[in-house]
Design a protein around this ligand. Structure first.
Ligand code: FES
Ligand code: FES
Length: 168
């Protein structure tokens, strides 16, 4: 099978039952994407496909041939952090860091969803062209990404600082 991942073409000869998460971690040496629950409940395995967020543990790799897949390894590097990654550091958006790659991928797609006017469960005006990412919107839209360390306040501050406004 042939995949487009983080701007590279990657080939892998895997069983068609392989999940996208296992493909990344076990076959392509991309361990940044984490396996938490492996059943769609925690968001640790979130990656971007054509800019949209998905739980890679619930996805069969074979379905994503020829799509643009982005993992945390394609977002920034240790020497050159992406803006959101830098804000996670500045605002203490992590403790153990296990959920962080999923949080970051999810937040990037979440901000794009809001910019496209896609409402969430708590959006007051469903016809609004632009959606203001206030505290409730951010909490609701990021609710699929769990953090067992409870670093939620820092995570929300980092996302606000990147996509909404400066946070003191
Ligand atoms: S590992 Fe995929 S949602 Fe938990
Ligand atoms: S930082 Fe440890 S699980 Fe979120």
């Amino acid at each position: 099978m042939r995949f487009h991942i983080n701007g590279d073409i990657r080939e892998a000869d895997v069983d068609i039952r392989t999940s996208l998460l296992d493909l990344l971690r076990e076959h392509l040496a991309l361990p940044g994407t984490k396996k938490g629950c492996n059943q769609g409940a925690c968001g640790a395995c979130t990656v971007l496909v054509d800019g949209n967020r998905i739980n890679s543990c619930l996805a069969l790799a074979v379905q994503y041939e020829e799509r643009e897949i982005t993992t945390i390894e394609g977002i920034g590097t240790v020497d050159q952090l992406d803006a959101l990654q830098a804000m996670f550091v500045e605002h203490d958006g992590f403790q153990c860091g296990y959920c962080t790659p999923g949080q970051i991928c999810s937040a990037i797609a979440m901000a794009a969803e809001a910019q496209r006017g896609l409402p969430s469960f708590v959006t007051p005006d469903l016809a609004a062209q632009a959606i203001r990412l206030d505290h409730d919107e951010l909490r609701e839209r990021m609710s699929g990404n769990l953090c067992r360390c409870g670093a939620y306040n820092g995570i929300i501050d980092a996302i606000r600082a990147t996509f909404v406004e400066e946070v003191a």
